[in-house]
Design a protein around this ligand. Structure first.
Ligand SMILES: Cc1cc2nc3c(=O)[nH]c(=O)nc-3n(C[C@H](O)[C@H](O)[C@H](O)COP(=O)(O)OP(=O)(O)OC[C@H]3O[C@@H](n4cnc5c(N)ncnc54)[C@H](O)[C@@H]3O)c2cc1C
Length: 374
C-alpha cells in the first residue's frame, strides 16, 4: 500500500492530479479554492533544486491572483521592464512591458523552483493532499493504477505529468511534432562587471546568447552551443566573451546543465473524464519563456471548467489547445530562425529585426504576446 492512501478514493476525492510540477500544483490549488477535494500524485520525493522557467508573465500573474499566489511571487521575484534583442552591442528591438495592458506591466523574473514552492505552500493551505513518492503507471476513465499495484479512483483525473506523460499515452492521445537533436547550454552564474539588467537576447555571428537577471545577483545564461553535461566556468566564460557584452567575468557557476528542444502538441487536451495540462499537452523551445506559463493558465482555467460542467470542459479543451498551438508554432519558427546555421538566415534575421524594431507597433505587439495577453 502507498502511504496514507485509502482505496475508497472515489468517496473522498473529487480530483486526482497526476504530477506535482507547476501545472499540476496550479490545477490543484485552483480546484481546492473552488471547494474540491484534491489529491496530487507525484513520483518525486524531493523538491526540484534547479530552475528551468525564468519568467512569470503578466497574464499568468492575473490568473494566479485567483489562488492568491500572485503577490507572494511578486515579493520573491524581480520585475523586468524590457526585453532587448541586440547584435554587436547595438539594440535591434526593445519590447517594453511597461506599455502592456495589465495590472502587472512587467515580466517577473523568478526561478521555477520558487514558483513551485509557493504553489505547493498554497496547496497545503487549501487542504490539497500532496502525495510525494507516488508513481502512476496506468490510468482508465475514473481511476489510476500506482506502481505498487493499488488503484485510486476519482470522478475527474488531470494528467500534469510532463513531457513523457503516462496519462496522455494511456489515454491514447497522440503527441505529434518534432525533436531537435542539438543540445543547448543553460547556467545560472554570478558575474562581475556591468551585468545587463532585465532580459537580453544577443544574436551574434557565433550563435544566440540569452542573459536574464535573476534575484540573488544571479544571471541566467542560455546559449545555442553544443556542450557537455555540466559546462564548466571556462566554457561559459568563452561563450560570454564571444557573444555577450564586453567586460563581463563569471565569478561563480551556481549550476549548469544542457537541454534539448521539442515542439509537440497533443491531438486533444482530454478524453472522457481525463484532461491534460502543461507539458503533458504541449511542449516547445524555451524561446519566449512560455511553457510553464501556459501550463499554469491551463490548470487554473481547467479547475473552473470542471466546476462549470462538461460543456465548459469541452470549450476549455478547444480554447487551450488553440492557445498552445499558436505558441508552439510561433516559437518553432522563431527558434528555427534564431538558431539557424545557414549564413543567409544569420545575416538576414538581424536586419529584419532592426527594421521591425523601428516600427513602433511591432515591439508593442511582441511585448503583449510575450506577456500572454491579447
Ligand atoms: C531550459 C529550460 C528553460 C525554460 N524556461 C522557461 C521559461 O522561461 N518560461 C516558461 O514558462 N517555461 C520555461 N520552460 C518550460 C517549463 O520548465 C515547463 O514548461 C514546465 O516545467 C512544465 O510544467 P509541468 O507541470 O507541465 O511539467 P513538469 O514540470 O515536467 O512536471 C511534471 C511532474 O510530473 C511528475 N510525474 C511524471 N510522471 C509521473 C508519474 N507517472 N506519476 C507521478 N508523477 C509523475 C514529475 O516528477 C514532475 O514533477 C523552460 C524549460 C527548459 C528546459
Amino acid at each position: 500500500m502507498t502511504r496514507g492512501l485509502d482505496a475508497g478514493g472515489m468517496n473522498s476525492t473529487d480530483l486526482l492530479v497526476v504530477g506535482g510540477g507547476p501545472a499540476g500544483l496550479a490545477t490543484a490549488a485552483a480546484a481546492a479554492r473552488l471547494g474540491r477535494r484534491v489529491r496530487v500524485l507525484e513520483r518525486r520525493t524531493e523538491q526540484r533544486r534547479h530552475s528551468r522557467a525564468l519568467v512569470v508573465h503578466a497574464h499568468t500573474l492575473e490568473e494566479l491572483e485567483a489562488i492568491d499566489v500572485a503577490q507572494p511571487l511578486i515579493d520573491a521575484g524581480l520585475p523586468s521592464r524590457r526585453l532587448t534583442i541586440s547584435r554587436g552591442g547595438r539594440t535591434l528591438l526593445a519590447a517594453d512591458f511597461q506599455r502592456v495592458n495589465s495590472r502587472f506591466p512587467y515580466a517577473l523574473v523568478v526561478s521555477q523552483e520558487v514558483t513551485e514552492r509557493l504553489l505547493q505552500q498554497r496547496c497545503v493551505e487549501l487542504g490539497v493532499e500532496l502525495l510525494p513518492g507516488t508513481e502512476v503507471v496506468d490510468c482508465f476513465d475514473g481511476g489510476v493504477r500506482l506502481a505498487d499495484g493499488q488503484e485510486l479512483s476519482a470522478p475527474q483525473i488531470v494528467g500534469a505529468d510532463g513531457l513523457g506523460s503516462v496519462i496522455r499515452a494511456r489515454t491514447g492521445i497522440g503527441f505529434p511534432g518534432s525533436s531537435d537533436t542539438r543540445h543547448f547550454t543553460l547556467a545560472d552564474v554570478r558575474l562581475s562587471g556591468d551585468a545587463p539588467a532585465g532580459l537580453n537576447l544577443h544574436l551574434e555571428p557565433d550563435g544566440i546568447l540569452v542573459l536574464g537577471s535573476l534575484p540573488d545577483q544571479l544571471t541566467r545564461i542560455i546559449a545555442d552551443a553544443p556542450t557537455e553535461n555540466e559546462p564548466s566556468r571556462e566554457i561559459l566564460q568563452r561563450m560570454l566573451a564571444t557573444r555577450g557584452p564586453a567586460g563581463l567575468a563569471i565569478d561563480e557557476v551556481e549550476w549548469s546543465s544542457r537541454f534539448s528542444v521539442q515542439h509537440r502538441l497533443a491531438d486533444s487536451f482530454g478524453r472522457g473524464r481525463i484532461n491534460l495540462v502543461g507539458d503533458a499537452a504541449h511542449v516547445h523551445s524555451p524561446v519566449g519563456g512560455q511553457g510553464m506559463n501556459l501550463g499554469i493558465v491551463d490548470g487554473i482555467e481547467l479547475a473552473q471548467a470542471l466546476v462549470d460542467g462538461p460543456e465548459a470542459v469541452e470549450l476549455w479543451r478547444v480554447r487551450r489547445r488553440a492557445a498552445a498551438r499558436q505558441i508552439v508554432r510561433t516559437t518553432e519558427t522563431l527558434f528555427g530562425l534564431a538558431t539557424s546555421r545557414q549564413p543567409v538566415v544569420r545575416r538576414i534575421v538581424p536586419r529584419l529585426l532592426g527594421l521591425a524594431g523601428h516600427t513602433p507597433s511591432i515591439p508593442h505587439r511582441l511585448a503583449t504576446l510575450a506577456s500572454g495577453l491579447r
